[in-house]
Ligand binder design. Structure first.
Ligand code: C5P
Length: 219
């Protein structure tokens, strides 16, 4: 028996890095693979949800063709795409590693290596998940936190500050965890609960996360 436990739900997932253009050929980005978000999308779809996956540049491929994939490049594009759908979703999961800053100006032509020193001014990107939290009406919101110090405190702080229902903490200190690996080791926090999980494949981590979301929706 295939249990369609998310039948009738719409799930929006952000995934991957964002690239912030410096000039026509260069960008500021990060090493996020997008794997966690793609695993979540495939698993949510298996459970019968309508899945909207909004991904920055990632080499992941979907096997489930019913996942609605929207590719974006920058944080601003990701924000705009999220809010095309935001009113219609039941669950929002932000697994994207959004660049915190973007170049203030994008050079029209390729920047030449004429000077010994080059300074690039950066400006803060919009916080997509925080904006989702501010505009929350009925959506169940899940964030991720990747911390190197005071992990639990920082994760719980983000839960509050971004008005989330749940936050998934992955520690860089754990071998095999984090955004470049195929495995992950997580802790989940809600305002009142805490659960720790073992190191496992991101496909299995996706199952744990969605099981936890489902248990919260039943409350
Ligand atoms: O504040 P911090 O970047 O650590 O928060 C991480 C969480 O917020 C992740 O869920 C990430 O996807 C989301 N985020 C976002 N937009 C940003 C920065 C982070 O959606 N500009």
């Amino acid at each position: 028996i295939i249990e369609k436990s998310l039948q009738g739900k719409t799930v929006l997932i952000t995934a991957g890095p964002t690239y912030e253009a410096l000039d026509p050929v260069r960008f500021i980005g990060n090493h996020s693979s997008g794997k966690m978000g793609f695993s979540l999308a495939e698993e949510a779809s298996k459970r019968g949800a309508r899945v909207i996956l909004i991904s920055g540049p990632s080499s992941q491929v979907l096997t489930d063709k019913s996942v609605e994939l929207h590719k974006v490049t920058s944080a601003k594009e990701m924000l705009a795409k999220v809010f095309e759908f935001y009113d219609t979703i039941d669950i929002g999961i932000a697994s994207a590693a959004v660049a915190d800053y973007a170049p203030k100006d994008v050079a029209k032509e390729k920047i030449k290596k004429n000077d010994e020193n080059l300074t690039i001014e950066l400006v803060k990107n919009p916080d997509i998940l925080k904006t989702m939290g501010e505009k929350k009406t009925h959506q169940f919101l899940v964030g991720f936190a990747l911390e190197t110090q005071n992990e639990e405190e920082n994760a719980k702080g983000k839960l509050e500050k971004k008005n989330l229902d749940m936050i998934v903490l992955n520690s860089l200190r754990d071998e095999g965890a984090g955004f470049k690996n195929d495995t992950n080791k997580i802790k989940i926090f809600t305002k009142t609960e805490k659960r720790e999980f073992d190191l496992k494949s991101k496909d299995d981590v996706a199952k744990d996360i969605l099981n936890f979301v489902e248990s919260q929706l039943l409350k």
